[in-house]
Write a protein that binds this ligand. Sequence first.
Ligand SMILES: Nc1ncnc2c1ncn2[C@@H]1O[C@H](COP(=O)(O)OP(=O)(O)OP(=O)(O)O)[C@@H](O)[C@H]1O
Length: 683
Amino acid sequence: MGVKRSKAERVAGRGDDVLPGQLELVPGGGGTRKRASEKVVVPVARSPRNAAAEVVEEPAVEAAPAPAPRQKRRATAEQMASKQREISISEFFTKNRHLLGFDNPSKALLTTIKEAVDNSLDACEEAGILPEITIEVHDLGFEQAGKADSELTKGEGRFRVVIEDNGPGIVKEQAPKIFGKLLYGSKFHRLKQSRGQQGIGISAAAMYGQLTTGQPIAVTSRTGKGKPTHYFEIQIDTRKNNPVVTRDDKLAEWHQEHGTRVELEIVANWQQGQRFVNRYVEHTALANPHATVHYVRPKQQRLSFPRATDELPKEAAEIKPHPHGVELGSLMLMAAESKSHDVKGFLTSAFSRVSPMVADEILKRTGWKKKVRPRDLAEDRDLAEGLQKAIQATKIMAPPTNCLSPIGDALMKKGLVSFLSVIETEGPEEDQQLDLDQAAKKKASKKEKQARAEAPLVPDAPPEEGVEKIKGHNYFIATVTRPPKVYRGNPFQVEVGLAYGGSWPADKSIELFRFANRVPLLFQRGACGVTEAVVKTDWRNYLLSQPKNSLPVGPMALLVHIASVWVPFTSESKEAVAHYPEIIREIQLAAQECGRKLAAHIRKRQHADYEAKRRSLFELYIEEVAQALGKITGKSPLPIKRDLVKVAREVTATELEEQDRELEEASEKTSRRPRRRSDEEAE
Ligand SMILES: Nc1ncnc2c1ncn2[C@@H]1O[C@H](COP(=O)(O)OP(=O)(O)OP(=O)(O)O)[C@@H](O)[C@H]1O
């Protein structure tokens, strides 16, 4: 069937090549200029009324190019050139501090603590030291915030943040650059899993402190027994991005044999920011069960999170880049820096998984007739492109994965159990915003709540495999660790753990805990690839309800951890993971695997509930039946009742009951101590 033309099209005779609503282009460089002899097609606004006649005719006119209106130049290139100058990285981030997570005083508080704690944990692990970290937040008073009272948001003021670790310490010469120069660090150029990766975190915190309070960052550090303790005060010359040491002393005494203490004065908002900090500390303890964390807060009890294991995480090895992940520019740069005399040597020494045999295969694919040196690759883009294509066409083993250090199933479970004990002991987050007196009052009602919660909802409901008993709550815990995978040459690994039941609300969206290289991600949930993967998973298959494009609803906390040598964050503030399809797919697979375990548990639980209901129904009539049988047989009704109860239990027994009873006995023997307790209690 032919296309029906409008009247205008038929008149113009060009309806076939001009779509309605389109301006006709005249070939030959004329752009939209009209040819004299032709009718011209002019677009008209589409509306239901004129949809049928979308084009109208206009008499063709020779179009003369209209002279451009003369405008007075506002600035000349020379004038503009006089204003152009280099921008230092510190100047840039002073203006764009939101990019580093210092958007507002409450977020700045968390970012400052996070940057320092992440460094401490990284340093301890790298040195093979079990971390013991103290986080202190001291309120210096609202009047010192440097603003008029009327300008202060409630809770805003000046705070001193102190982070102390028992790590390897920092050598004297390095301290000024580490704390007083942005983009200076030990982790950016290597491929190894670590919390820090950019070399900007702690100096950015120092810069924020300097900007808001004018105070320098203070650093105390010692590298070992018998070594001196150095104390520095460091400022940043933001114009040059260089450190300025304002104080450099040797301390006569320091209680740490080795370690680092960082002190920053910042404008923060404790009232609004404390819940983020509390959450960060709790979640850090959850993902780092090998660390002891002490937490000192204004007007509240000092908290301690003792380590749940004395085993350090598996050491992550440093690897070389994988050839499949290298881009042309990087390849040329690497070739320029290579000390090898030939390309074969360059390939085997600069990349992982390139043996001499694999290098020969790559070179054969290039089809080069003459000898090529790495230097030639750096200078000749075509040669480099040829090599890159040959690399991509060659099958090369996936990169080694000993550069990754996942939490692991066992420790993830341990961490979740400890974390849940904390929640049950301490109550929800809001409780922590109260002052000490109010907290004491709340404690009494919490005990009542707990007593109520401890009463089993389902008579004889048995705990089952994967179910952890925490202070009277049954939590089903399941974990999944996926095998390592690679995105753009970077190895990564996904782990998922879930805790279902207990006191999580059944009618709300699940709690999603995101972690990257053991660091909790607390902001930008909606913009994170992890959230996308969880939302994309169809949780209805696993017996949870799930509104469209949302997290599932149910009494569940879901922990997702991605471990990688280079986590692709969406910004420098490292708050959300980018939406790489390979990563999203892996998270989905892990979530599905965990979901299957969850569905099996929910089914078993539903079956147990059903049988328990049946049993209670039998038991309702057993007394009467026993009495009646006693009368008929002339025997005592008591043994009859006992026998009937026994039969009812046998009939309604679920297959799990036996093993559950064993589990319950075992769990009664092992008294669980909550990981978080106040130091007062400990004493
Ligand atoms: N407490 C510490 N103990 C030992 N070394 C430290 C400590 N804090 C910082 N460093 C060193 O200082 C460097 C710079 O730290 P910084 O926080 O600026 O960046 P990063 O941790 O490398 O990366 P990111 O910007 O992603 O946090 C680190 O790479 C580390 O080598």
